[in-house]
Write a protein that binds this ligand. Structure first.
Ligand SMILES: Cc1ncc(COP(=O)(O)O)c(C=O)c1O
Length: 355
């Protein structure tokens, strides 16, 4: 089937681009000290994670237990959860994964949470493994001072939880378009992580895992002292925002196919609204750049730009989501294409797994 014959709105995934991106990252990291544990929050699809592991990834990073459960069902891992697991229901789900033999490491950043893990371990007879999340400047979760990190590492050991290292995510730096500024902010963030690594080593609690890095910082993080692995995720699809920030190394793989419903003098309207496309990272554009999604209502996209002059109702347009992760989270499947041909359909099994 030709890709434009798919019913809309629908996600198209360019398999050549996905394969190229996976290969490009593997080649870039070959011989470098850091390995890749790609973030599953981007593809949310075991078919993609399997290809990343086949290309040499040492495991998969996730944000949510629901994503970890999808990977575990597909037999993929080892899993690093770059997020805290808080609350008794989630602690029990974590213990259930461990009881299935899943190799999963979770992030912690408070004594409260370590106690929760210890209590869960006692209830279930399992032994969880954890890394400590460090705030390297994003000011989301994470310890502020190396002293706090050392205390938490000690608390993990005392509680009988397997202490595996630390993580930091420089999310405040990865999307900075100016290369110099991005490098500066990334290096400052990684220097903070390094202080924590050194304090842990001095305290006799060396960090085995030092996990950092997004797509926008992978180059710098890959050779930074002490970094053992990267969490980059977006590189595999390269959404519109990332194509602006890093226009060269990786290729855009994800588009949303839409149908034109209406053409008026100064605008046209297509059948993708905020229930199938997001725009918090700015207006999505058509692949050829001639049409811009100026506005979204629930089920309609208002299109502007010079490209609308040639549009007719019924035409198909491929739009590049500005934020791929939140757009694909609204969908259930990728229509996988090679060139213009649809060659497969992959379920997005972890879509909306936000628990
Ligand atoms: C903790 C964490 N690590 C890694 C990433 C991956 O970053 P990127 O999308 O830049 O590849 C994210 C992105 O949200 C994240 O939250």
């Amino acid at each position: 089937m030709h890709k434009h014959d798919v019913d809309t709105p629908a996600l198209l995934l360019d398999l050549d681009a996905v394969e190229t991106n996976i290969r490009t990252m593997a080649e870039f990291l070959a011989g470098k000290p850091a390995s890749l544990r790609p973030h599953f929050k981007t593809p949310k699809c075991p078919e993609v994670a399997r290809r990343q592991l086949e290309a040499g990834a040492i495991g998969i990073t996730v944000a949510k237990l629901g994503e970890a459960e999808v990977l575990a069902d597909a037999g993929l891992g080892p899993i690093l959860m770059a997020n805290e697991v808080v609350g008794p229901q989630k602690i029990d789900r974590l213990m259930a994964l461990l009881s299935r033999g899943v190799d999963i490491t979770v992030a912690v950043e408070s004594a409260f949470n370590i106690q929760e893990l210890a209590d869960g371990a006692k209830r279930s007879g399992q032994r969880p493994a954890a890394i400590i999340e460090v705030d390297s400047g994003m000011h989301r979760c994470g310890t502020a001072e190396p002293r706090e990190t050392v205390e938490l590492a000690r608390a993990l050991v005392d509680a009988g939880i397997e202490y595996r290292g630390i993580m930091g995510y420089e999310g405040h730096a990865v999307l900075i378009a100016d290369e110099e500024e991005r490098r500066e902010k990334t290096e400052a963030a990684l220097a903070i992580v390094q202080e924590h690594v050194e304090a842990l080593a001095e305290a006799g609690l060396p960090a085995g895992i030092v996990s950092v890095g997004g797509t926008g910082s992978h180059e710098i993080a890959a050779t930074h002292p002490h970094v053992t692995e990267l969490q980059a995720g977006s590189y595999v699809f390269m959404d519109g925002r990332y194509q602006e920030v890093l226009p060269r190394r990786f290729q855009g793989a994800l588009t949303l196919l839409t149908t034109v419903l209406s053409v008026r003098d100064r605008y046209a309207v297509a059948d993708a609204g905020m229930k199938s496309l997001t725009n918090e990272f700015g207006p999505p554009f058509s692949v050829d750049g001639g049409v811009k999604v100026a506005r979204l209502s629930e089920e309609h996209a208002t299109l502007t730009g010079e490209g609308i002059a040639s549009l007719r109702p019924g035409d198909r347009i491929e739009v590049v989501p500005s934020h791929g992760d939140t757009t694909l989270n609204l969908h259930d499947r990728y229509h996988v294409v090679r060139g213009d041909e649809v060659v497969d359909e992959w379920p997005i099994l972890a879509a909306r797994k936000f628990k």
